[in-house]
Design a protein. Structure first.
Ligand SMILES: [Zn+2]
Length: 339
């Protein structure tokens, strides 16, 4: 991770309680960082690992989770580049964090640290632990290893076993302001301002996870979906069923971002509605002219029923309906010119 990646933490209130425990040297055995994806939970966990093990003298960068990001000491450099033997990182492999991953972590934590003052194990996306993995972790939390801090990250505490949550000190991370998301997307990822603004409306964070899409890939994915939406929305040019089903298949193949994809479609329909009355309130501002043109051809009634169709598909997917079928129904409903 580069030093720049830590800028996501600027202004994050969740750092206050962490800095306080750091200064008092009263770091709990287990911490749970909660909040939306992409708002810096894992980055903060790394910063904490660096601050706990920084070799700079007291009163230096180690007193602040923001300044430690730029510390050049040996330990901080090792942690930043993921080469420190005592900093363990576990993330879902596939859909779940599996029991083998937790066992492997517990085995290394049972040994003495190699060089760290305080070892840190970061369990990212802890809501993806399967029940066996969660139980193995629970055993470890009951008898925490020496000189070790375990940091779990999750979207919300309610997604974890209450017995795990009660053994952790929870720290809530706030979403990033849209203006910051926009600014980071432009400066660090080189997105054009209009596109960055649209993305910032959709996302409250910058997803830099190893498994997930980076902002650039995400921007490309969004552009692809909007392009097809524009195609489907034109009542004067109905599309052949084969093309519609291919779109459904494309969406269903990307299960990990399916809910984001449906959100993108929803913003498109919402914009078609809004652009007649308040063109300055568009989410997909970079598509303004296309939206204006299409919205003149569609009735409010038809737009409302399409928005309903997306809502129904989202509901069905949450209750484990077959994704492919659900999406096929959705796409067919979206393509009907009048309902
Ligand atoms: Zn350092």
């Amino acid at each position: 991770m580069t030093e720049d990646a830590f800028e996501i933490l600027e202004g994050q209130r969740a750092l206050d309680p962490l800095t306080a425990v750091l200064r008092k040297e009263t770091i709990p055995h287990a911490l749970l960082f909660t909040g939306m994806e992409g708002i810096g939970k894992r980055t903060a966990a790394l910063a904490l690992a660096m601050a706990c093990n920084c070799e700079a003298p007291a009163g230096g960068p180690r007193d602040s989770l923001l300044s430690v990001a730029r510390c050049g000491c040996r330990s901080c450099r090792k942690i930043r580049s993921d080469h420190h033997p005592d900093i363990h990182r576990v993330a879902p492999s596939g859909a779940y964090i599996k029991i083998d991953q937790i066992r492997r972590m517990c085995r290394s934590l049972a040994l003495k640290p190699y060089e760290a003052r305080i070892r840190v194990a970061i369990l990212a996306g802890a809501q993806h632990m399967n029940p066996e993995a969660a139980n193995a972790l629970l055993k470890m939390l009951e008898e925490p290893p020496d000189r070790t801090v375990l940091i779990l990250t999750a979207v919300q505490a309610a997604d974890l076993l209450p017995t795990i949550v009660s053994r952790c000190r929870t720290v809530r991370f706030s979403p990033l302001p849209k203006s910051r998301v926009r600014e980071i997307l432009i400066r660090r990822y080189g997105l054009p301002p209009e596109e960055a603004a649209s993305l910032a409306e959709l996302k409250s964070g910058i997803d830099i996870s190893e498994n997930g899409m980076g902002p650039k890939e995400w921007a490309r994915w969004r552009a692809g979906i909007l392009h097809i939406c524009a195609d489907l929305s034109d009542p004067e040019h109905p599309r052949p069923p084969g093309m519609l089903l291919a779109f459904a298949e494309k969406l269903s193949k990307h299960r990990d971002i399916l809910s984001d994809s449906l959100d993108i479609i929803k913003t498109w329909l919402r914009d078609l509605m809004v652009c007649r009355y308040a063109p300055d309130k568009l989410i997909n501002r970079d598509c303004g002219p296309i939206l204006q043109n299409l919205s003149r051809k569609m009735t409010v009634q038809s737009l409302l029923s399409k928005i309903d169709a997306v809502g129904a598909a989202q509901k069905a997917l949450v209750s484990n309906a077959n994704p492919r079928l659900t999406l096929e129904v959705l796409v067919l409903r979206l393509s009907r010119s009048e309902l």
